[in-house]
Design a protein around this ligand. Structure first.
Ligand code: EPU
Length: 336
């Protein structure tokens, strides 16, 4: 089941041509447990990969890449108001969103079009247009790498925040997600507050799950490059969160700085605006470039290496710090 010297080109949307010493897909919990008992897996570093849409490889990976192809949906619970659906971690995220829309299950529609798999939604807390995965996640089932045992975590145990979960910090590389259960609403409710979404929905017709999905896909397609055409991993950086004092100081100099005040009074500012303002939009260094319509996205122009992309990212980070005193942080996970 474990293959040797496998190219990771089909497994990362940046289109970086690196190899893994070992590679294995698993389509069930039992298959994963067996793989974890294998001496090759025991003796090497492990990395679990989903759709590879949020990763940057800078070198060949001298370890075992495990790839979930666990499929399937099952309904765990249904009340008058809501339904809980358990989804295999290897399902494509957007197929799940499409299924919710088709069945008139409310809650996932704003997350239409996000590349990647269901498992990653629970690690990364994917978010777009005012909704985050944590808003609909109920439980996450995993295998603990060390013991091979199954564990189930409730959403409250996972310390979710903006593009953050416990799986990214203290539990990093300790668990492999095998399924995620989502609670969707059965009564109509929409979240159209994010700039431009409501207007786009109205332009398409009456508000419905279909029109919201269509509007989100439309806005995304207008701004974000298709990874099949131009290698990228979506937003490369997170939107920085600064203190209110820092924000007021910045606003004195940059009065047009867009911002979003968080419940704890800190301020989120769009990294895209900072990068745009600093003149990076469309700029290219070597084979890596800043996307023309969404400067938060770095793109692979001509067979870039991971280090080409990283060099561009580091140069931008340094420049933004010098110009604005703001430290950008990567959203993309770096595998060195
Ligand atoms: N902006 C510019 N110049 C540009 C583009 C944007 O100044 O060329 C400024 C504008 O002020 C705009 C603001 O940036 O209002 C925000 O732009 P946008 O609404 O496109 O969203 P974003 O903050 O850049 C975030 C997510 C996206 C998500 C969108 C929509 C992060 C890191 N990114 O981007 O997520 O689709 O909001 O909700 O939070 C991803 O994570 O890969 C991703 C694409």
């Amino acid at each position: 089941m474990i293959q040797k010297d496998i190219s990771l080109l089909p497994y990362n949307t940046f289109g970086i041509d690196v190899k893994a010493s070992y590679f294995a897909s698993f389509e069930s919990v039992e298959e994963l447990q067996n793989l974890l008992k294998d001496t090759i897996t025991k003796d090497h570093p492990i990395f679990c990969i989903g759709g590879g849409s949020n990763l940057l490889f800078t070198n060949d990976f001298d370890g075992v890449i495990l790839h979930s192809i666990i499929k399937g949906y099952s309904i765990l619970e249904q009340t008058n108001d809501s339904i809980v659906v358990k989804v295999g971690s290897g399902e494509t995220w957007d197929d799940f969103v499409a299924l919710c829309v088709k069945n008139t299950w409310y809650g996932a529609e704003n997350l239409s079009g996000i590349p990647g798999q269901v498992g990653a939604s629970a690690i990364q807390n994917i978010g777009a247009y005012g909704v985050e995965a944590k808003d609909i996640i109920e439980q996450v089932e995993c295998i603990e790498i060390e013991t091979g045992e199954t564990c189930t975590f409730d959403v409250d145990e996972l310390d979710y925040g903006y593009r953050h979960s416990r799986f990214k910090t203290e539990w990093k590389e300790q668990y492999i997600i095998t399924s995620v259960s989502y609670r969707l609403s059965l009564s109509p409710h929409y979240n159209l507050e994010y700039g431009g979404l409501e207007a786009m929905v109205n332009a398409l017709g009456k508000v419905s799950l279909q029109t919201v999905r269509e509007a989100v896909l439309h806005i995304r397609n207008a701004k974000l490059p298709d990874p099949k055409v131009l290698g990228n991993a979506g937003s490369f950086f997170m939107n920085p969160i600064i203190t209110n004092e820092e924000f007021i100081q910045l606003q004195n100099k940059w009065d047009k700085l867009p911002h979003f005040i968080l419940p704890d009074n800190r301020v989120k500012v769009p990294a895209a605006w900072l990068i745009d303002q600093a003149g990076w939009k469309g700029k290219q260094i070597g084979a890596a470039a800043v996307h023309e319509t969404q400067p938060l996205v770095l793109v692979n122009k001509e067979n870039a290496s991971g280090n080409d992309i990283l060099h561009l990212a580091d140069t931008i980070t340094k420049d933004i710090y010098e110009k604005f005193g703001i430290q950008l942080h990567r959203e993309v996970i770096l595998i060195e």
